[in-house]
Design a binder for this molecule. Structure first.
Ligand SMILES: Cc1cc2nc3c(=O)[nH]c(=O)nc-3n(C[C@H](O)[C@H](O)[C@H](O)COP(=O)(O)OP(=O)(O)OC[C@H]3O[C@@H](n4cnc5c(N)ncnc54)[C@H](O)[C@@H]3O)c2cc1C
Length: 359
């Protein structure tokens, strides 16, 4: 006998958990979330966790990110303290030729209301004195910040459970069939579930997951390696493109991009490059001890924009997969709940539909 749900979500990273929580607010549907690991075993547990808006292009994607950042303070009132800090974001540049690009970015983002200033060297250093005097300028936006991803996912799940969402961890989904309008879901452990609606939130495993219903999802897996320093006293105030300082004083550094499949090893060459980048930005980091390095696998759609919404030609099947899922999780959860509960969304998702890749 299979247990029956209104909605089954596959994946309990930040995206699946946010959708589960936002769906549960209405307490209308019986919802189950299935994850082959534990909630932070995928990308959401191996991330920088900036809530980053200012350089997101095109501007419409920047706007979506800005709306999501705006939801964070409200979200914290509902689910609790996720250590969201609107620190402001600084993206430094090292040559005068980049100032023109920075001014263009500021002009484009202003069309959707994202505030960006292009700072002189003096202005950058007065805002963030630890930065290198080799920096010639930076873009700055007050809207950027960061969050604790561990607390975020944990509190999404805790709030969803409180609203009666069920979770099944260490349970890999191995087969999905559609019969008489219902999805029949089977797991490696032999569990069987039926659902009226199904949501794919499988992060970097999305290709394999979607192949269970013969759907192609054009995403790539891109490794990022991060270094963590010993706790340092008040080194940086802002989220800086490349690094942030956590509440406990540790600085998380790194923005490497490698297409190596799902391989979460760290490598000496990237660790060395990342350490050099850190010192180029903040010379005093040369004296800091690195206590840990980790890597995570980004899931990045081929055109780098999120894929959100209905899966074409499979009625009642939905998808949510994207890079920047930490930034976007509040708005994605909100919009997906609207779509599943009311059949429509307050922001048009057409530009993010899976069907755009058919063209
Ligand atoms: C190094 C690095 C830095 C990043 N920095 C930022 C940043 O600063 N800001 C930002 O916004 N984003 C950042 N990101 C991206 C962000 O972390 C991701 O977009 C986000 O975590 C994706 O969440 P997710 O829920 O889609 O995926 P995941 O957290 O990977 O969750 C997917 C879940 O699906 C489950 N699953 C998959 N297949 C199955 C199956 N068959 N059966 C059951 N369960 C299954 C997995 O176990 C997993 O738990 C970064 C990523 C990396 C790697």
């Amino acid at each position: 006998m299979s247990k029956r749900y209104d909605i089954v979500i596959i994946g309990s990273g930040v995206i699946g958990s946010s959708i589960a929580y936002h769906l549960s607010e209405s307490q209308q549907e019986e919802v189950l979330v299935i994850d082959k690991g534990f909630p932070l075993s995928g990308t959401s547990g191996s991330t920088q966790a900036w809530v980053w808006v200012h350089s997101k292009a095109p501007a419409s994607y920047g706007e979506l990110s800005m709306f999501s950042a705006e939801l964070y303070p409200i979200l914290e009132k509902k689910i609790g303290d996720v250590e969201y800090k609107r620190t402001g974001g600084i993206s430094p540049f090292f040559s005068e030729s980049e100032r023109e690009k920075a001014l263009m970015l500021a002009e484009k983002q202003a069309t959707v209301g994202i505030p960006i200033e292009v700072l002189s060297q003096e202005e950058v250093l007065s805002r963030e004195p630890a930065l290198s005097p080799n920096i010639v300028g930076a873009t700055y936006s007050p809207i950027d910040g960061n969050v604790n991803p561990f607390r975020l996912v944990e509190l999404f799940i805790r709030a969803a459970k409180k609203n009666n969402v069920e979770f099944s961890f260490y349970t890999s989904v191995t087969s999905i069939l559609k019969k008489n309008g219902l999805f029949e879901i089977e797991t490696e452990k032999g569990g069987k579930y039926t659902a009226k609606k199904i949501i794919f939130a499988g992060g970097p495993w999305m290709k394999e997951l979607a192949s269970l219903i013969d759907i192609k999802v054009p995403v790539k897996q891109v490794r990022g390696q991060i270094l963590i320093t010993e706790p340092l006293t008040n080194l940086i105030k802002h989220t800086i493109a490349g690094m942030r300082q956590a509440d406990n004083g540790e600085v998380l550094i790194g923005y490497s991009l490698e297409e190596v499949g799902y391989d979460r090893r760290t490598t000496l060459d990237i660790i060395q490059n990342t350490a050099q980048m850190a010192i180029d930005y903040i010379p005093s980091l040369a004296n800091a001890n690195i206590v840990r390095a980790f890597s995570g696998i980004r899931v990045i759609p081929e055109d780098e924009l999120p894929i959100i919404g209905e899966i074409p030609n499979v009625e009642n099947a939905y998808i949510s997969v994207m890079h920047s899922g930490i930034t976007l999780s509040p708005i994605i959860g909100t919009l997906m709940a609207e779509l599943l509960l009311h059949g429509d969304t307050s922001i048009d998702l057409q530009q993010y539909s899976l069907s755009r890749f058919d063209k």
